[in-house]
Design a protein around this ligand. Structure first.
Ligand SMILES: Cc1ncc(COP(=O)(O)O)c(C=O)c1O
Length: 436
């Protein structure tokens, strides 16, 4: 296929400057290991596990073969009232690595669906528990929880909200956890635990017994890697417990090893009531997400319904799709066999050393990072986000992919990266940052 403006016109691309892109397309035609090839034949190092999805690298044959074999054996069966075997096997594998007592898994097909599903579970739980008055949700500034109506309502990003009037009512946002005092902090900032007391203030303002849940990303990922201050997540947990509020961790980015443990919840030692996940669940090879919940959430909702009745009126046509489950099962097996989460942990130090070495550059405003997740924020020029967009394109033209949000570039190498790959990423970043 030749890529001309006409041949690209029919695809309305997501989160993309469509008109600019179609004039100057960047199309990936092949991916293998941690490299892409674009339509000009250029090699591009994947500095962000694509979109945090592919920690095992691209083109994993074991996953592809499992999907292919599954489609030939049993391609699809209705997931309502019947099921295919892989969904049970994958749920068990996830429950095994999730923090206790999180042990029930509901499948969806994306991170956005996992968030909206979690919100509905929260509502169903409180109703089943005789507390239907808990209708308020608490989120956070600079949060990203996907793009469905629930997730958009929880979003703390103005661009993602301002166009869409009819979002969920009764949502309040805590302050985000970044401030100037944290510039160039590696790992968890020391100050800022007290920001969790915003939740306490909401309890005092609205009544703790009206709040259904708090949803946070353990590390705010898409808005530029905002690492939680020491004690912050613990304090949120404490306030939730005091007031009977459910705590939801959105682990769509942090899940499956990015912070060096299976989930960030384990890395930070704080257990939520519900946990959302997607992306690396299948190493990006099939679209899939999930919500994992504590035993009492599942039991309360299921036990409240009459015997033989559907307990939770929710689900998707492709919940637990056999091909996605096949990809998920093999991905989880590889994580275990290759000790991938330990590898992410081992590589973190080297990665963060490289990233923080970039702080001598004039264009750099801040660097943050934890595990194999890091951010380089550039000083804005010509208005917010303009320099960041230019930086992303300049980096791609130098042969590296990273995600940019506004003026922040986010780097999240695959766990299978070698130190030489990290060096290559840092060289390309340095070269780009010196020129923009
Ligand atoms: C924390 C978080 N939640 C939800 C989502 C939405 O996931 P998806 O794009 O698969 O719908 C994302 C996507 O980046 C995310 O980072």
């Amino acid at each position: 296929m030749r890529f001309t403006s006409n041949s690209l016109e029919h695809h309305w691309m997501p989160f993309t400057a469509n008109r600019a892109f179609k004039k100057e397309p960047r199309i990936i035609v092949k991916s293998e290991g941690i490299y892409f090839t674009d339509h000009h034949g250029n090699r591009i190092i994947d500095g962000c596990s694509s979109l945090f999805c592919c920690p095992l690298g691209h083109g994993r044959r074991e996953i592809a073969e499992a999907v292919y074999n599954q489609l030939l054996e049993n391609d699809y069966a209705a997931p309502f009232g019947s099921a295919t075997p892989g969904s049970f096997e994958l749920a068990e594998k996830i429950a095994r690595i999730a923090p206790e007592p999180i042990n029930h898994v509901f499948f969806v097909t994306s991170g956005s669906e996992s968030v909206d599903t979690a919100l509905k579970m929260v509502m169903a739980f409180h109703r089943a528990n005789g507390e239907a008055q808990r209708t308020r949700f608490v989120s956070r500034e600079r949060a990203y929880h996907g793009v469905n109506i629930g997730g958009t309502s929880m979003s703390g990003m103005v661009k993602n909200r301002e166009t869409f009037g009819g979002l969920m009512p009764n949502v309040v946002c805590m302050r985000h956890t970044w401030d100037e005092g944290q510039l160039f902090t590696r790992g968890q900032p020391e100050g800022g635990r007290e920001l969790a007391d915003d939740l306490q203030r909401f309890c005092e303002t609205y009544g703790g017994m009206t709040i259904a849940a708090v949803i946070v990303e353990p590390i705010a990922g898409s808005t530029g890697v905002l690492v939680p201050p020491i004690g912050y997540l613990e304090r949120l947990r404490e306030i939730c417990d005091e007031h009977g509020i459910l705590l939801v961790f959105d682990e769509v980015i942090t899940g499956f090893g990015r912070t060096g443990s299976a989930f960030a919840s384990q890395t930070f030692g704080v257990t939520p009531d519900l946990m959302t996940m997607a992306k690396a669940l299948t190493n990006g090879a099939q679209p899939m997400g999930a919500v994992a919940v504590q035993d009492r959430i599942y039991r309360t909702i299921t036990d409240a319904a009459p015997e033989n009745a559907i307990e939770f009126f929710h689900g998707y046509t492709f919940s637990g799709h056999p091909a996605a489950c096949a990809a998920g099962i093999v991905t989880q097996d590889i994580f275990q066999n290759e000790r991938s989460f330990d590898r992410a942990n081992d590589l973190s130090e080297y990665f963060l050393d490289g990233l923080f070495d970039l702080q001598d550059l004039d264009s750099v405003r801040d660097i943050r990072g934890f595990g194999l997740l890091g951010a380089v924020e550039v000083k804005p020029k010509d208005g917010p986000g303009t320099r960041g967009s230019a930086a992303q394109i300049a980096l791609f033209n130098k042969g590296m992919h990273a995600k940019f949000t506004g003026d922040t570039g986010i780097v999240a190498p695959a766990f299978v990266s070698e130190k030489s790959h990290i060096d290559e990423m840092m060289d390309k970043l340095r070269s780009m940052l010196s020129e923009i």
